[in-house]
Structures are given as structure tokens and as C-alpha cells.
Ligand binder design. Structure first.
Ligand SMILES: NC(=O)C1=CN([C@@H]2O[C@H](COP(=O)(O)OP(=O)(O)OC[C@H]3O[C@@H](n4cnc5c(N)ncnc54)[C@H](OP(=O)(O)O)[C@@H]3O)[C@@H](O)[C@H]2O)C=CC1
Ligand SMILES: O=C(CO)[C@H](O)[C@H](O)COP(=O)(O)O
Length: 479
């Protein structure tokens, strides 16, 4: 039904795949939704194809959209992140009144969200930076929603967002994450983990395919089987689907005809850039971002093949390979998640967000791309100890990693000997080994820094900073 007399409860501007599906989700939940898109053809298409699904109020302009809303107004922006979002906010803000709420559901950089929140607060408006995950299907049927912003604004938008979010065990996959950019930060880390997870899955596939000698469909069946155990997750489930799919044009496995150059829109890169700023090692996410970059360096790859010959992998399957790879995948995933949660903890301190890490795990259990059985275990770990220094040291994950360790090492050795690149598995194992080392060679790095730059070092046996007179008599002085 489409009527235009009563005021709309909420509005969506930006009606590409995400915005139109979110508007439909809202309408299906009984909200009267005002809808707008810069190019009116998209609004018309939504009304034509889905207008019967609920109460929509189409608007040709942003001022029409604003006029159609009940106060305090709630407007969701679902447009391209970056300058398009600023353009919409700049046009929208002068049309709004005190207490109105602007909700940015795009993949905004959290620093932009902090800036926008502060600017709108100055004007008496609320700005809610809400990370939304789940893609097209999630937006329609229940995404995971990570709203930031003031507690006051959440009182208004929270109930609406919670009602359209995915529900797991009766709990909505939506919670007030924290002030200003907290929601978009958590979404960014979600995407970083998504990158790491996909890279690890791709490495597992490569090993089972090239070392294990199994075809894509056969490996797809292995993933289907894994999806029934500890690895149960959306990404493992769809891996089975993609690997099992046959290209209608050639009859080959689709994965064999897709160009092997992984693209990226930038959220994984942001995660790593911000981790560098915070000094948090997110090696799994970084390796995943770099693996995508390397895949796209087609000219360099061709030159290397010409110079060295393409690496030739002779399949050498053994009875344990599938189980070993499963364990290595699980342990490497634990590391990737531990690093992502570590980054959120560091950001929480840096920006004063007071993030509840268990709540982040809870709202990722459904609706989003990294939804997984695993997230229940993470939530339980933070329930046991909200101040866990690392997920790895929680009893459950510690035992899981210890159980996987020997298989993990066998897989890495096998991959290296075979010439199959597994940067995700290798770096996860190196992180685990480094974290638990009694002594790290960082001591030598400090010695070298002091030698060439008098950068000083600390000692293990007494307080203070010291410098060795390397070009003098090599005695030690207090620094
Ligand atoms: N696709 C996905 O799976 C996911 C996307 N997101 C995020 O959600 C947001 C929407 O994504 P998606 O639906 O894929 O659409 P796109 O990111 O492709 O953005 C297209 C939309 O942005 C609008 N737009 C672009 N530039 C401007 C501008 N200068 N002024 C006004 N409107 C503009 C377009 O309007 P017009 O039709 O006039 O060109 C269109 O409505 C993005 O921020 C994206 O990162 C989040 C999670 C998942
Ligand atoms: O936010 C998302 C899901 O959570 C998007 O799917 C994400 O934009 C995909 O990122 P990329 O294109 O960089 O792989």
C-alpha cells in the first residue's frame, strides 16, 4: 500500500542494493518508510517493484523527504562512502531541526564519522554512524547492525534498528556500540576479519586442491562437511557453494574461470592502517590485504613466472591432510579474531569508547558476513573475563589451539615444501609462536638501534634507559 497522508516513521536516502533492501525490511516490519534517491529512477523502480510490500512514501527531493517525516526525524543515509555521504549530509542538515537524527549506514571511515558527529552535534542534531553488514540479503532479511552515537539517539533509533536486525536465540544482532565513530570502527574491524577469514579459506582450498589433488567440487564437499562442525559459518557455507558451481559457458568449475585478481573497496586496508596507528599487530588481516594486492599485480606476476618458471606443485595427498588443514584453518582463524578483538580493545582505550567486546561478538552471530558458531565461543570467553588480554589465552581457545598445533605446523611445512603460498597460515603461526616466546630477538633490534642511532635500550635487570658508547670505549652510560 502506498499512501502519503500520514507522516513517515523513518526515511532512507540512497536506494541502491543496500538502501532499497533496508527500506523494504523496514516496511515489512510495519514502519511507514519515506524513500529517496538522488536519481529518481531508483525510487520509482523501488515503488514499482516492491511498493506493495508495505507503506512507502516516495520523495523526489530531500526537502520532500524531510517534510514527510514525523519528528524527531530519523533519516538513514545509504550512499557511497566518502564525499557522496558528505554531500548528502550538507544538503540534509539545513533542512532538519533540533533533535533530529541522521543515521549513516554506509561503510564510512570511523574518523569521518567522528568528524560528522561533532559537526552535527554543534547544530543540535544527532549523528549515528551505524555499520551494517550482511550484504544485499542481510539488508533485506536482517543484517547485523553496529550503531554508534549518543545514548540519547539510541533511545529513538535503537528499537527500530533492533527490530529489523537479524535475531539469534531471540537476541537482536544490534547493540549500541559506543559514542561517535565506535560503530563504524567495529564494522571496519568486522571487515578486516572478513578479509582474513576469506584469505585463510582460500589458502585451505589451494592446499587441498594443489597438494591434496582434489578438484574444486570435491574440495567444496570438504567445506560442506566442515560447515557441520567447529568451522560452521556463512563463509565456509558459501565456499562450498562457489566451489561446487559450474560455469554454464565452459562446463568448467566457475572458480577456474574467474580471474585470480582479488579486488578491494578499502575497509581491510583501513583496518590495517588504523592498527598501525594503534600499534596493534593484526598480521592476519594485513597478510590478507597484501595477498589481494599481490594478486592484482599481474605484470609483476608474469615477470616472475618468466624469470623463475611457474611453481609446479606435485600433488602429495596423505590421509591426514584434510583434517590437518581443518585444524590449521581453525587455529589461524582464532589468531585472526584474537588480533581483531585486540585492535578493538586498543581503540576503545584510545578513543574512550568503553567497548563491550562480548557484545560485539554477540551482534556478529547473525546477519553479517562473518557470522559463525565460533562467535558464541568468543562471547562466552568475554563473559568469563571481560578483560582477557587476548582471546588466545581463554581456556577454550587455548585448548583448541594446543590441539591444532602439530597439524598446523605440518600444514605450514607441507605448503612451504610444495611451494604453495600460505601467508595467512604462516603469519598466524608466527604470531602464536612470537606471543608465547620467553625471549624475542627484539632485544637485538634494540641493540642495533642503539649502535647506529644512540636510541638507547632498557635492561632486564634494572630500571632506566641505557646507551653503550659503541664508537668509544663501549662502556654503558645512563641515558
Ligand atoms: N553492497 C554491500 O554488500 C554493502 C555495502 N555497504 C555500504 O552501504 C552503502 C551503499 O552501498 P550499495 O547499496 O552497495 O551502493 P553503492 O555503494 O554502489 O552506492 C550507490 C548509491 O549511492 C548514491 N550516491 C552516490 N554518489 C552520490 C552523491 N554524490 N549524492 C547522493 N547520492 C549518491 C547513488 O545514487 P544514484 O543512484 O543517484 O547514483 C546510489 O543510491 C555504501 O556505503 C557501502 O559501502 C555496507 C555493507 C554491505
Ligand atoms: O561491508 C561489506 C560486508 O560486510 C562489503 O561486502 C564489503 O564492502 C566488501 O569489501 P571488499 O569489496 O573490500 O571485499
Amino acid at each position: 500500500m502506498t499512501t502519503s497522508e500520514a507522516p513517515a516513521r523513518i526515511a532512507v536516502t540512497g536506494l541502491a542494493v543496500m538502501g532499497s533492501n533496508l527500506a523494504r525490511n523496514l516496511a515489512r516490519h510495519g514502519y511507514r518508510v519515506a524513500v529517496h534517491n538522488r536519481t529518481p529512477a531508483r525510487t520509482k523502480a523501488l515503488m514499482r517493484e516492491h511498493g506493495h510490500e508495505g507503506e512507502f512514501v516516495p520523495a523526489e527531493t530531500l526537502s520532500e523527504l524531510v517534510e514527510s517525516l514525523a519528528t524527531p526525524r530519523q533519516i538513514i543515509i545509504m550512499v557511497k562512502a566518502g564525499t557522496p555521504t558528505d554531500a548528502v549530509i550538507d544538503e540534509l542538515a539545513p533542512l532538519l531541526g533540533p533533535g533530529d537524527m541522521v543515521i549513516d549506514g554506509g561503510n564510512a571511515h570511523f574518523a569521518d564519522t567522528r568528524r560528522r558527529e561533532a559537526a552535527l552535534r554543534e547544530r543540535g542534531l544527532h549523528f549515528v554512524g551505524a555499520g551494517i553488514s550482511g550484504g544485499e540479503e542481510g539488508a533485506l532479511n536482517g543484517p547485523s547492525i553496529m550503531p554508534g552515537g549518543s545514548a540519547e539517539s539510541y533511545k529513538h533509533v535503537g528499537p527500530v534498528l533492533e527490530s529489523i536486525a537479524a535475531q539469534v536465540d531471540g537476541v537482536p544482532c544490534c547493540v549500541h556500540v559506543g559514542p561517535d565513530g565506535a560503530g563504524h570502527f567495529v564494522k571496519m574491524v568486522h571487515n578486516g576479519i572478513e578479509y582474513a577469514d576469506m584469505q585463510l579459506i582460500a589458502e585451505a582450498y589451494d592446499l587441498l586442491h594443489r597438494v591434496g589433488g582434489r578438484g574444486p567440487a570435491e574440495v567444496g564437499e570438504v567445506f560442506r562437511d566442515w560447515d557441520r562442525g567447529d568451522l560452521e559459518s556463512y563463509l565456509v557455507e558459501i565456499t562450498a557453494e562457489v566451489l561446487g558451481h559450474v560455469d554454464p559457458d565452459t562446463g568448467a568449475a566457475l572458480v577456474d574461470v574467474i580471474a585470480d585478481e582479488a579486488e578491494q573497496k578499502g575497509t581491510g586496508r583501513w583496518t590495517v592502517q588504523e592498527a598501525l596507528e594503534l600499534g596493534v599487530p593484526v598480521t592476519g588481516i594485513a597478510e590478507a590485504v597484501f595477498a589481494r594486492s599481490l594478486s592484482g599485480r599481474v605484470g609483476q606476476r608474469a615477470a616472475a613466472r618468466a624469470a623463475f618458471g611457474a611453481s609446479e606443485v606435485i600433488p602429495s595427498p596423505d590421509d591426514d591432510l584434510v583434517e590437518d588443514v581443518r585444524l590449521a584453518l581453525y587455529a589461524s582463524k582464532v589468531v585472526a579474531y584474537a588480533q581483531g578483538f585486540d585492535q578493538m580493545r586498543a581503540a576503545s582505550v584510545e578513543y574512550g569508547w568503553d567497548l563491550d567486546l562480548g557484545a560485539a561478538a554477540t551482534i556478529w552471530r547473525g546477519g553479517c558476513i562473518i557470522r559463525a558458531r565460533f562467535l558464541d565461543r568468543i562471547r562466552e570467553a568475554y563473559d568469563r573475563n571481560p578483560d582477557l588480554p587476548s582471546l588466545l589465552v581463554d581456556d577454550y581457545f587455548r585448548d583448541a589451539v594446543v590441539r591444532a598445533e602439530q597439524a598446523w605446523r605440518r600444514v605450514v611445512v607441507k605448503a612451504i615444501n610444495a611451494g604453495v603460498p600460505v601467508p595467512g597460515f604462516v603469519s598466524a603461526l608466527a604470531y602464536y609462536d612470537a606471543l608465547r616466546s620467553e625471549r624475542l630477538p627484539a632485544a637485538l633490534v634494540q641493540g642495533l638501534r642503539d649502535f647506529f642511532g644512540a636510541h638507547t635500550y632498557r635492561r632486564v635487570d634494572r630500571e632506566g634507559s641505557f646507551h653503550t658508547l659503541w664508537s668509544g670505549d663501549r662502556s654503558q652510560v645512563d641515558a
